[in-house]
Design a protein around this ligand. Sequence first.
Ligand SMILES: NC(=O)c1ccc[n+]([C@@H]2O[C@H](COP(=O)([O-])OP(=O)(O)OC[C@H]3O[C@@H](n4cnc5c(N)ncnc54)[C@H](OP(=O)(O)O)[C@@H]3O)[C@@H](O)[C@H]2O)c1
Length: 338
Amino acid sequence: MSERSFVVAVVGATGAVGEVLLTLLAERDFPIGELRPLASERSVGSTIRFAGKDVPVQLAEPSAFDGADFVFFAATGSLSKDLAPEAAKRGAIVIDKSSTWRLNDDVPLVVPEINADALEKHQGIISCPNCTTIGFVMALEPIRRAAGLRQVIVTTLQAVGGTGKPGLDELEEQKAALRSGQPAVPKVYAAQIADNVVPLCESFRDDGYSTEEVKLLHETRKILGMSSLDVSMTCVRVPVPVGHSASILIETETPLSAAAAREALSAFPGVEVMDDPANNIFPTPADVVDRDEVLVGRIRKDIGSDRLWIWQVSDNLRKGAATNAIQIAEAMISRGLR
Ligand SMILES: NC(=O)c1ccc[n+]([C@@H]2O[C@H](COP(=O)([O-])OP(=O)(O)OC[C@H]3O[C@@H](n4cnc5c(N)ncnc54)[C@H](OP(=O)(O)O)[C@@H]3O)[C@@H](O)[C@H]2O)c1
């Protein structure tokens, strides 16, 4: 990469995504001259360990962006709404993990393996898709390139880590409560999550869909540049700490055999096929934790039609969040956009 080094701020550095982001910035040797971990007043005074040093956490406020090259936002949607324009106004490239800017026409929504060209039109703020959308489109794009897409039906099984630290804490608290004969009291989710499955991610809209489901639909269409792609979706929360899964039924424009789909998926950067039914080989969330690749298995023709089934798993904190955000910054640098 470049010989230059950059001033990098991370808003939400103490959160689930922020922590992974810091780990990956170090792991990927991102060229950092100065790191500014930012969070709320609750965390000011604490430090985070980065590259062998304790770095103090500062308050996320406009002046913290002075002179920054890249500002990663991994906090709340309302904070991104208020502060991302402040960072962009000061000349920083904002890479936002919240849903706030994703469907804004002036904001590229980018998965670098798929639509890095969209970065060229950026106006300071770049959005990272939802953690579920990223794994989903990474599995769809190779199929689309091979045979086009006509219709997609998906059920997602989403880890509690997708709700950040509060989700992870709730699962552990409820498991402990159930072990000691106490009731599992839901706070983050609408129903008990320990030893259970909840067919609701985020909250319901008036039409009976959840906000998460509608994000998955619109973000997929925007990233793939297919504004009327037929996607039907149900998003389900499962008691898994990290790793979102999806069971996907795909109708292609032209016929595609399972073998050809396997080949297209294997050849796509960032996708790894784990598919050997004879030996019980398929990907699970436990296989994907701490991995950047999107894993795909159970590739098979539908028994009753020409459609294809696939099963996809990705680490929601890595490729679903931190990895994708850093890949965007890396692509900006390699394209000379910063
Ligand atoms: N978890 C995932 O898999 C995932 C995946 C993709 C996208 N996202 C998105 O990424 C963002 C972060 O999610 P997360 O899961 O990491 O959440 P989290 O674990 O709850 O962490 C939230 C972070 O935001 C900070 N924060 C909250 N309110 C703040 C405020 N008013 N001012 C400054 N900092 C504030 C917190 O700082 P304190 O420690 O000081 O409270 C903490 O660092 C969200 O927009 C989420 O939708 C999450």
